[in-house]
Write a protein that binds this ligand. Sequence first.
Ligand code: DHB
Ligand code: FE
Length: 282
Amino acid sequence: MTTKTHATAAASGANATERFRENKHIAAGTSQERVGTLAGRVIKAINETVLEEKVTYDEYNALKAWLIRVGEDGEWPLFLDVWVEHSVEEVANANRHGSKGTIEGPYYIPDAPSQNSPATLPMREDEPGTPLLFQGQVRNTAGEPLPGALIELWHADGLGFYSQFAPGLPEWNLRGSITAGDQGKFQINTIQPAPYQIPTDGACGALIAAAGWHAWRPAHLHLKVSAPGHQLITTQLYFEGDEHVADDIASAVKPELVLAPTERSGGKGREVTYDFILDPEE
Ligand code: DHB
Ligand code: FE
């Protein structure tokens, strides 16, 4: 294991916990009745598992030790975003007619540097990876262009690491907030990200190893796309041919979200077009 991989796994989880505390506001006012219903169902499901599977004291104590470690490693955001968020997203976006959403994951940071389209994401001079031109148009569900739409794009580098979470990467590397042009059209130059392995040396990695699962997510672009009067969509885009598209540890791939880039005409690298359709505000 390289020094960088080692440092990343240890640091990314703790950083994700810090960021969550800074960015998210816990909705106040969830009713007592609702808390009782939800907490009651989760506790019941655990008890049913214990009874049906005849869980031993050794197993119960292993669970206790592991739960303590998840917190110590700062990996609750990782755990929840890999194994639970996909269902929350399914519920949240069930009534949309526009583009498909998927999970946000733990590595979004608001207010990345702004640029107008055409744009190039901030990257190192020698940023490893195949250049990728990502372009398209943002429209409403009636097919009308949405000028001035905002495309927030963030993704891992060519080794699968996210800036501001893994050490040694410049701030805002491969993160940007891009304003589309008159016709809602955008062109963004970046590099193709690598598949992402969730940190293997923390509590989540220990679970994956103990259960004999794999730790991979397919390579992906993360996006938040918005326009005045329309619902923001949080989504991800994947790449055809990636073996983990069919086998994502986070269960976040949908067929509509798989891109098929082609060789870039008259340039280096690859290009792909993807249009976003935004639902009107409710
Ligand atoms: C996790 C990481 C991601 O990059 C992502 O998109 C979803 C989940 C995680 O480690 O939990
Ligand atoms: Fe991700």
